[in-house]
Design a protein around this ligand. Structure first.
Ligand SMILES: [Zn+2]
Length: 265
């Protein structure tokens, strides 16, 4: 295999890793925002419950004052009852007293309702505050875990970038730009392994003489897939053992047809 092609394969492997790492890094802000969102929601629930409680307390004061005012009026009318001269006036006064008594009863009913609902709002505030404590405890753990994962991903990124730099250093500049142009058009994948008799990326059939060329150890040429334009390579997965028996079993285990033995030059 062409030594530059070997370097490009390394470059491709590290680039794929980099794509994965960068995708993970991009998801971190969203994950953090989701955690913060849960805390915000819990805080809003407390605010809503507190507002209801406050409104209830204000209404309760108003109704307490209503009760007092109507009691005052009823008292005043009763005091007047000794001074009335006519039967008509006395009847009218009795009517006013009755009316005031009715209003007292109504205001007391409203007051009682507010006292009951006030207790309910009080419970809601306490429940919401307890929920916030839980949410905040979980959020603190989540933030820590996310931060740790982020730091690890950053480390992986630096390490992979270093590997990329050394892989790139082994390849001539114009070949790197050629590789990068193809990668840019094809979701970061500029290389295609020969699989069976086709392009491992787009699946199109590759002419046998190209495959034979690529299988030669002495091959110095670059070949491109005529359909997807990716740079083709032939990975001899059994190269380490080299024996024909192992080659056949390796091919069988991957489901590929047995590769044509490389011709010696
Ligand atoms: Zn292709």
């Amino acid at each position: 295999m062409h030594p530059h092609l070997k370097s490009l394969i390394e470059l491709q492997a590290v680039d794929l890793r980099l794509i994965g790492i960068r995708e993970r890094l991009e998801r971190f802000p969203k994950r953090l925002a989701e955690t913060e969102g849960r805390v915000t929601t819990a805080k809003q629930q407390i605010a809503t419950a507190k507002e209801s409680l406050l409104t209830g307390q204000k209404e309760r004061k108003t109704f307490e004052m209503d009760v007092e005012q109507w009691k005052e009026r009823a008292k005043k009318y009763r005091n007047q009852s000794g001074e009335v001269k006519t039967n008509e006036a006395y009847k009218a006064l009795l009517h006013e007293i009755q009316n005031a008594e009715d209003e007292i009863a109504k205001a007391e009913d409203r007051l009682l309702e507010r006292m009951v609902s006030g207790e309910e709002y009080d419970r809601q505030v306490k429940t919401a505050e307890a929920a916030l404590k839980e949410v905040e405890a979980i959020a603190a753990k989540e933030r820590q875990a996310i931060q740790a994962e982020y730091n690890a991903a950053q480390k992986e990124l630096s390490a992979a970038e270093a590997v990329r730099a050394s892989a790139m250093a082994a390849v001539p500049e114009d070949l790197v730009s050629h590789y990068e142009r193809i990668a840019k058009r094809h979701g970061g994948i500029a290389l295609a392994e020969i699989r069976g008799e086709g392009c491992g990326q787009c699946g199109v059939h590759i002419r046998p003489h190209v495959i034979q060329q690529l299988q030669r150890d002495s091959n110095e040429g670059f070949f491109h897939c005529e359909t997807c334009t990716r740079i083709l390579y032939y990975a001899d997965h059994a190269a380490a053992s080299g024996s024909p028996a192992n080659t056949a079993s390796a091919a069988a285990s991957t489901g590929d047809p047995p590769p044509t033995p490389a011709r010696e030059n």
